[in-house]
Every structure is written in structure tokens, then in C-alpha cells.
Design a protein around this ligand. Structure first.
Ligand SMILES: [Zn+2]
Length: 173
């Protein structure tokens, strides 16, 4: 209860009293009870538990208030989940995993290719023009992978191109 009050910016003194935010209070008259026993204002009569406090303070429903407190204090909220929701969550999880695998693989391929291209430009070898032409694009793809790997993974053209680059570097001479 005290944490919730302090979260709302109220200062609770040693006696567990603070200025009541529910009436014009100049002398602390809102009592915070320890061990989850809630609050009570001796002047205006407002009282209840921390959820009620938050709801009154924000002017929202108990549900909204409980949600805000849970988020603020990192309390996990158990939401009833249907079979379908569980399945969708599992699919999202799998997709995130696929994305992560793809991104790390793609980064490796592109970094290798970038190294080869840089060398080609530096040494003006047979791959010189390929280096000039492709470096910007490779840099761009690496940037995208850093910022939003999901978008690259969803872009069929980019995925195909990365596949081609992998074969290209494998047959590099
Ligand atoms: Zn009051």
C-alpha cells in the first residue's frame, strides 16, 4: 500500500500518514496501514486497498488501476488464456526464433561478403566493379538486419538475395 502511495508521489511519514489526495488536505490525515491492510482518510473517509487507491487517484476502473500497479511493480498478471491464444503465442515465439536464426546467419554471410568486396576495391582485383556496385547495398542490408530483422526476414527479395550472396562467396576466387 505504501509503495502504491509513493508511486503516486505521496510522502508517507513515519507514522504511516500522508496528505490525502482525495480532499484538500493540509495536515496529513490519510493513514496507510502496514501488511496490505489498505488506507483510510480520517477527514474525508476515503478508504480501501491499493487497487482502490489507484483507481480513485487516477479516476479509472479497478481493472485499469490493477493493471497499472502490476506493470509499475513488475507483478506478473495471470490472464486466462484459451487454447487458441496459447497456440498463437507459441507460433509468435517460433517465428521470433526463426527470425533470430535468420538474422544471425544473414549477418555472417553479408559480413563475409563485405570483407571480400572491400578487399576487391582495395586491391583493384577482378571483383573491383562488383565491389563498387554492391558494397552500398550490402551495408544497407546489414543496417536493416540490425534495426529490424523481422522486416528483412519478411522481404522475399532480400532473403533470396542473401541466399545468392551466400553462394557467391562460397564460389569466390
Ligand atoms: Zn481525505
Amino acid at each position: 500500500m505504501q509503495q502504491a502511495a509513493e508511486y503516486c508521489g505521496l510522502q508517507v511519514n513515519r507514522k504511516g500518514l500522508c496528505l490525502c489526495p482525495f480532499h484538500h488536505d493540509t495536515n496529513p490525515s490519510l493513514k496507510i496501514y502496514p501488511n496490505g491492510k489498505g488506507f483510510y482518510c480520517f477527514t474525508c473517509g476515503a478508504g480501501g486497498d491499493q487497487v482502490k487507491f489507484m483507481a480513485l487517484y487516477r479516476g479509472v476502473s479497478n481493472y485499469e488501476a490493477a493493471k497499472e500497479l502490476a506493470e509499475a511493480f513488475g507483478v506478473p498478471v495471470r490472464v486466462p488464456s484459451t487454447y487458441r491464444e496459447k497456440r498463437e503465442a507459441a507460433l509468435r515465439q517460433r517465428r521470433r526464433q526463426e527470425e533470430a536464426n535468420f538474422a544471425s546467419q544473414a549477418k555472417k554471410i553479408l559480413t563475409d561478403y563485405r570483407g571480400l568486396l572491400c578487399m576487391a576495391v582495395r586491391e583493384r582485383n577482378g571483383h573491383f566493379f562488383e565491389g563498387l556496385g554492391e558494397l552500398t547495398y550490402v551495408e544497407y542490408l546489414l543496417d536493416c538486419l540490425e534495426q529490424c530483422p523481422g522486416d528483412v526476414y519478411a522481404d522475399k527479395k532480400a532473403v533470396r538475395r542473401i541466399g545468392e550472396i551466400e553462394r557467391r562467396t562460397a564460389g569466390w576466387d
